[in-house]
Design a protein around this ligand. Structure first.
Ligand code: KG4
Ligand code: ZN
Length: 350
C-alpha cells in the first residue's frame, strides 16, 4: 500500500535519515545517497558533456533521451556504492525545477516510480536551494542564516538564507545567467562546450586589460545584475578586431571578460550581505568553481569582515549529493513532501 504521508511524518526531526537524491535538470544524470544531510555515502554522475559538445551547447531533446537511458543505471550504482537497498532508505528526493522541462521530467518520473514501488516518501527539491545545500556537505558546522550567491548556467541569484527552509531572493540577473554568458563568449571564441572551464583556464595566462564598456558599472541599489550587455560588448569587440584583420588576444579577452563578469557579482553579493547583516557568505553553482570568482569573493568578503564559504568544484557543478542534502532539511522540518502528482516546473523560482 502506498502510504508515504505517514512515513514522511516519521522523518520529522530524524537526524540520521538516509536519502537517495536524483538530479536530471540539465545535462548530468546524477544519483547520490546522503545520511543526515551532510554525510555522503555515495555519489554517481553520468555527464552528457561529450554528447552535447558537437552541438556547442545542450540540446534539450537529446538531454532527455540520454537521461532516460542512464537514470536506472545511475540510481542502481549509487545504491550499490553505498551498499544499500531501497528498503534501507528513509526517502527519495528529486529536483523538480528549475531546468529543462523534458530533462526534469525524467528524474521526476523515475523518483515517483521508485517512491511508489518502495513505499518511500518523495521530497521535492528546488535546484537553486540544492546548490546552496552543497555547502552543508562540505562544511559540517555551517548553519544559516547567511547570504548566498548562486552562480550557474541557468541562474545568478543572491539569496537570503534565513533558515534551512526559509529563502528569499534579494538580487540577481535581469537577463542572462553568468554561466550562460561564459558559455556564449566561449563559443564566440571557438572554445568547446562547456565554455566556463575553458575560459577559466585561458584567463590564468591572460591580462585583464580590455575595457569592453566605456564607463565601468557599479552596484545597483536593487542589487540587480545584467549579463546580456557584456556578452554583446565582447561580441562587438571581437568582430571589430576581425574586420580590421587584427589578431584576437584570446587569453586577454578571457581574463577581461572574467573580471568584468565576476567583479560586479562579488561587489553586489557583498553589498547584499551588508544589507542583510549576517556574518557569512556562501557561494554555490557551477560557476562557483571559477578560480577567479572564488579568490575575488574570498578577498572582498574578508575585507568587509565576512566569512566566505565555497564547496569543492565537484559539489559546485550539478550533482545529486546537494539534492539529497537539501531534502534532508525539508524532511527534518516536515516540509516539501511530493506526491504522485508532482510535476516538473521548468521556471521554478526561489
Ligand atoms: O550548476 P551547473 O552545473 O548547471 C546549472 O545549474 O546551470 O553550472 C554549469 C555552468 C556552465 O555554464 C559552465 O560553463 C559553468 O557552470 N562553469 C564554469 C566553470 N565550471 C563550470 N564557469 C566558469 N568557470 C568555471 N571553472
Ligand atoms: Zn545547477
Amino acid at each position: 500500500m502506498y502510504n508515504v504521508v505517514e512515513k514522511f511524518g516519521k522523518l520529522y526531526k530524524k537526524s540520521d535519515a538516509v536519502i537517495l537524491g536524483i538530479e536530471s535538470s540539465c545535462d548530468e544524470t546524477a544519483a547520490a545517497v546522503v545520511r543526515g544531510g551532510r554525510e555522503v555515502l555515495s555519489s554517481v554522475i553520468a555527464t552528457q558533456i561529450d554528447i552535447h559538445k558537437r552541438f556547442g551547447g545542450v540540446v534539450p531533446e537529446i538531454a532527455s533521451r540520454n537521461h532516460t537511458l542512464s537514470i536506472n543505471g545511475v540510481v542502481g550504482e549509487a545504491l550499490e556504492k553505498a551498499s544499500l537497498k531501497f528498503s534501507d532508505l528513509d526517502a527519495i528526493a528529486v529536483t523538480y525545477g528549475a531546468g529543462l522541462a523534458g530533462a526534469l521530467l525524467v528524474g521526476v518520473s523515475a523518483a515517483k516510480a521508485y517512491s511508489y514501488a518502495n513505499n518511500l516518501p518523495l521530497i521535492k527539491v528546488n535546484h537553486i536551494e540544492g546548490h546552496i545545500a552543497a555547502n552543508f556537505v562540505q562544511f559540517k558546522d555551517l548553519t544559516p542564516p547567511f547570504t548566498a550567491c548562486v552562480a550557474s548556467g541557468g541562474h545568478t541569484s543572491i539569496v537570503d538564507v534565513k533558515d534551512y527552509n526559509s529563502y528569499g531572493l534579494v538580487g540577481g540577473t535581469l537577463d542572462d545567467a553568468i554561466g550562460e554568458a561564459f558559455d556564449k563568449v566561449a563559443r564566440l571564441l571557438g572554445l568547446p562546450y562547456p565554455g566556463g572551464p575553458n575560459i577559466d583556464r585561458l584567463s590564468k595566462r591572460g591580462t585583464p586589460n580590455i575595457n569592453f564598456f566605456k564607463t565601468q558599472k557599479g552596484v545597483k541599489k536593487d542589487l540587480s545584475l545584467s549579463y546580456s550587455g557584456l556578452k554583446t560588448a565582447v561580441v562587438n569587440y571581437v568582430h571589430n578586431l576581425k574586420q580590421k584583420g587584427e589578431e584576437i588576444p584570446l587569453e586577454n579577452i578571457c581574463a577581461s571578460f572574467t573580471h568584468n563578469a565576476v567583479d560586479l557579482l562579488c561587489d553586489t553579493t557583498v553589498a547584499a550581505a551588508e544589507n542583510l547583516g549576517y556574518d557569512k557568505i556562501v557561494l554555490a553553482g557551477g560557476v562557483a568553481s571559477n578560480t577567479y570568482l572564488r579568490e575575488r569573493l574570498a578577498l572582498r568578503g574578508k575585507e568587509k569582515g565576512f566569512k566566505v564559504f565555497y564547496p569543492e568544484p565537484v559539489l559546485c557543478t550539478d550533482n545529486a549529493v546537494m539534492i539529497a542534502a537539501r531534502a534532508f532539511f525539508s524532511a527534518f522540518d516536515g516540509v516539501n513532501l511530493g506526491g504522485l502528482e508532482l510535476n516538473a516546473v521548468s521556471n521554478l523560482r526561489i
